[in-house]
Write a protein that binds this ligand. Structure first.
Ligand SMILES: [Zn+2]
Length: 347
């Protein structure tokens, strides 16, 4: 039974005061963090001029038409980091399979889409020439100085080698490993991203904001995909980006509030780029959930379930995870080292 305050021993009183102190510190910290909420960037945004609002049914049906887009996956960089940073090892699914916290080999990818009429587009932007200087304090301190990191192909080098000038970049989300290569592009290049991705505010965005501002310096307003607002937004809403069923934007909130997946009907089949909805092979293939994103009202795993449902209902879609190859891609990549090159993964 709880003692009335007046009858507490000196020890109880000290414990009671300590508890009050902890509650006070907890409240102050929470208040401070809430007050310190920052957006991913202060950069201007405007509605995307590209794209027609459509639905999943029409998107799946469009895959029946022969694809016209040439698709390439490019390795920009590699790093190594503990598995516990990417999946929730305390989740029921992880505990039931006895997963250990081993190091994961991770890759930063970007994707090139060559459309015969509309030009070349990128999905995500890779790593820029001047990454070490562009990286803000937090990225240098907590990433570059902490983990083995090796640049394989800078975005600027890819541009000079191919002579290509992207007509636009479609971002999966605004983390540095997906957007920093923008710094190598001409600042007139239009940049597209999910609605509320740029300006949603959370204290953890302080890690990314400095780098984002440096990378976006000189670019015009970011162009947001709009899937509708609130109750007007259908759960099946998707955007037919070029109006011909070749490239689609799909809401995939969770990792970040405005995360987007892209479906490409290419000349060599359908490709689904899911950004960091699932970073790792084990997360996607073994259904081990990631941590929730900054908006805890959006369960990160719900988007994975929706994307898997799309893959199951459409059939014959090759999935591209945030930072690893799927098991079958890894296998064919080993095969391609033994045989004459057939893979569409360029390093
Ligand atoms: Zn990432």
């Amino acid at each position: 039974m709880t003692q009335p305050t007046s009858q507490r021993s000196p020890g109880d009183k000290l414990q009671f005061l300590a508890m009050k102190f902890h509650v006070l510190v907890g409240c102050l910290t929470l208040g401070l963090l809430t007050a310190c909420a920052v957006p991913m960037t202060d950069h201007a945004v405007e509605p995307a001029e590209l794209g027609t609002l459509s639905d999943r049914g029409a998107m799946i049906q469009s895959l029946g038409k022969p694809g016209v887009v040439e698709f390439e996956k490019i390795v920009a960089a590699r790093w190594v980091a503990p598995r516990s940073g990417f999946i929730d090892l305390e989740s029921e699914a992880a505990l039931s399979t006895d997963l250990e916290d081993v190091d994961e080999n991770l890759t930063i990818f970007f994707y090139v889409l060559r459309h015969p009429e509309h030009g070349t587009f990128l999905i995500d932007a890779g790593i820029p020439d001047d990454f070490e200087n562009l990286a803000g304090f937090f990225i240098r301190k907590f990433f570059l100085e902490q983990v083995p990191f090796e640049v394989v192909k800078k975005t600027g080098d890819w541009m000079s080698e191919t002579g290509e000038k992207p007509a636009g970049v479609f971002l999966t989300h605004m983390h540095f490993d997906h957007i920093s290569g923008l710094a190598d592009l001409d600042s007139s290049t239009p940049i597209y991203l999910g609605q509320k991705e740029a300006h949603n505010a959370h204290w953890s965005h302080i890690i990314f904001k400095g780098t984002n501002e440096a990378v976006l310096d000189g670019f015009g307003a970011l162009r947001e995909w709009s899937f509708g607002e609130g109750e007007d937004q259908s759960a099946d809403a998707v955007i037919d980006i070029l109006g011909d069923g070749s490239i689609w934007a799909i809401p995939a909130s969770g990792h970040t509030p405005g995360s987007i997946a892209y479906l490409v009907n290419s000349a060599n089949g359908a490709h689904l780029i899911i950004g960091d909805a699932a970073h790792t092979r084990i997360g996607w293939e073994e259904n081990i959930p990631q941590f929730g994103g900054p908006d805890i009202s959006i369960p990160a795993q719900a988007s994975v379930v929706r994307l898997k449902d799309l893959v199951n209902s459409a059939g014959q879609i090759e999935v591209h995870l945030g930072h690893q190859l799927t098991a079958s891609q890894a296998m064919s990549s080993i095969d391609s080292q033994r045989r004459p090159r057939q893979s569409n993964i360029i390093e």
